[in-house]
Design a protein around this ligand. Structure first.
Ligand SMILES: [Zn+2]
Ligand SMILES: [Zn+2]
Length: 97
């Protein structure tokens, strides 16, 4: 099973929805709500299937931020995003209540 095939697996689709619901369908990097949302892996181990990933390692990003994170930012910025996401957790959940 290739990674691409795994992303079509119902187990990942379920996990993905769980993350989108948790993040209220809102980009965790810029707060955007009106774009197509992606679920991004902050860390990825090849031995795992995408759905085996811990929820804390997954974030909702809009397609724009997702593109940026994959194409311009390094691993270091993934670490930074993780920190930012943790920091703003309260903010996101309080404003969307
Ligand atoms: Zn965004
Ligand atoms: Zn990604």
């Amino acid at each position: 099973m290739t990674y691409k095939e795994k992303l079509k697996d119902p187990r990942w689709q379920r996990k993905r929805l769980e993350i989108l619901e948790r993040d209220k369908w809102r980009c965790r990097a810029c707060g955007e709500r009106n774009q197509i949302m992606h679920v991004h892996h902050l860390s990825y181990s090849k031995s795992y299937s995408p759905w085996d990933c811990d929820n804390s390692e997954l974030v909702t990003l809009c397609s724009e931020c997702h593109y940026i994170y994959h194409n311009f930012y390094s691993r270091i910025l993934n670490e930074k995003l993780k920190y930012v996401v943790a920091f703003f957790d309260e903010y996101f959940f309080n404003t969307e209540a």
